[in-house]
Design a binder for this molecule. Structure first.
Ligand code: ADP
Ligand code: TRP
Length: 316
């Protein structure tokens, strides 16, 4: 029986952090034996925040090395970047033509920008359509993401349904996979950990950086257990070990933070070492990305042929 397809993407918009890892990247590795895994770098999405060629190149290579270092195996999983497959942007346009402005205006990202009186660019407004194309081109079953992406997956499902209704059955409806315990990893300031909030613990941080990040975790707490320190610590150790420890050290925030630093170091050090190995041969890593793109292109272009047939533009 064919394996189910598990697919997800990440923006090359900065250093991945432990929120990205536990929320999404880890699932790609954990499931690569049992699913056909498609992991991709959404560089065209990142254009809305990275507008400098040198940073874009550096970020793409960084995410590629990160995926390899956490154990994504190119023999099992497909690793590619969005801009290598022009079908993504092509399909996004077709989706634009069946989607209304009021529908996209209900997206959280748009509403947030509006509430802050930010002038939103067309690309950001349209972001969910490109994401729907990223997904639907490959007929995936499951999309592992953090909770912040839930609405985007719903939009992809709605778009698939709408297209299927108008043009006949074409796209499969995917399911989001949101792991409860790691749906929203908090950052050092208690908000969602995010590259755009400057509140992250980078996944490949050096020891000194881990120390600095942990020491900066905000620790106001009503119950004596520092909520944010505990939540991050809980990613590494189960509550059954952690709760007695935290209860025995009520008020001793510094000691608890020191323990967290040690646990993070134990978890990150081997990843850091693996990453350094991959860093020694960037051309080889790029060959993997390119080959992944070629395979993905075949799948995407077959799907686009089907779409062109459905909408009636393939007259030859
Ligand atoms: P960021 O907000 O840091 O820019 P991205 O938007 O690139 O992160 O997210 C990449 C993936 O990581 C998505 O699946 C997203 O849901 C997940 N993710 C990001 N931040 C967190 C978090 N704090 N907790 C859990 N998952 C997260
Ligand atoms: N929007 C996602 C994020 O910001 C990234 C993304 C783009 C994605 N296309 C995707 C995730 C397709 C899953 C599937 O994190």
């Amino acid at each position: 029986m064919a394996k189910k397809i598990l697919l997800s993407g990440i923006q090359p918009s900065g250093k991945p952090h432990i929120g990205n890892y536990f929320g999404m990247m880890k699932q790609m590795v954990d499931f690569q034996d049992d699913y056909d895994v498609y992991a991709f770098i959404v560089d065209y999405h990142a254009l809305k925040s990275v507008q400098d060629a040198k940073s874009m190149k550096g970020n793409i290579i960084a995410v590629l090395l990160d995926f390899l270092a956490i154990g994504l195996d190119p023999k099992k999983a497909l690793l590619y970047k969005q801009s290598d497959i022009s079908e993504h942007t092509e399909l996004a346009w077709i989706f634009d033509t069946i989607t209304t402005m009021p529908y996209l205006m209900r997206a959280h990202a748009f509403k947030d920008a509006e509430a802050k009186n930010k002038e939103i660019d067309v690309g950001s407004f349209n972001y969910p359509m490109l994401m729907a194309a990223d997904i639907l081109l490959y007929d995936p079953d499951i999309i592992p993401v953090g909770a912040d992406q839930k609405q985007h997956i719903e939009i992809a499902r709605d778009t698939a349904e709408k297209f299927n209704r108008i043009y006949g059955d074409t796209f499969k409806l995917p399911e989001a996979m949101i792991m409860k315990e790691v749906a929203v990893v908090p950052g050092t300031d208690g908000r969602k950990m995010s590259k755009s909030y400057n509140n992250t613990i980078p996944l490949f941080a050096e020891y000194e950086e881990i120390k600095k990040c942990v020491m900066s975790i905000v620790t106001d707490s009503g119950e004596g257990i520092p909520k944010n320190v505990y939540a991050i610590h809980n990613l590494l150790r189960p509550a059954s070990e952690l709760l007695p420890l935290y209860e025995s050290k009520i008020g001793k925030y510094k000691e608890l933070k020191e323990l967290l630093i040690e646990d993070l170091e134990k978890f990150i050090a081997p990843l850091r070492e693996r990453r350094k190995e991959f860093e020694k041969d960037i051309p080889k890593a790029l060959t993997i990305l390119k080959a992944g793109g070629e395979k993905a292109k075949k799948i995407a272009s077959a799907k686009m042929e089907e779409v062109r047939g459905k909408i009636g533009v393939n007259v030859y």
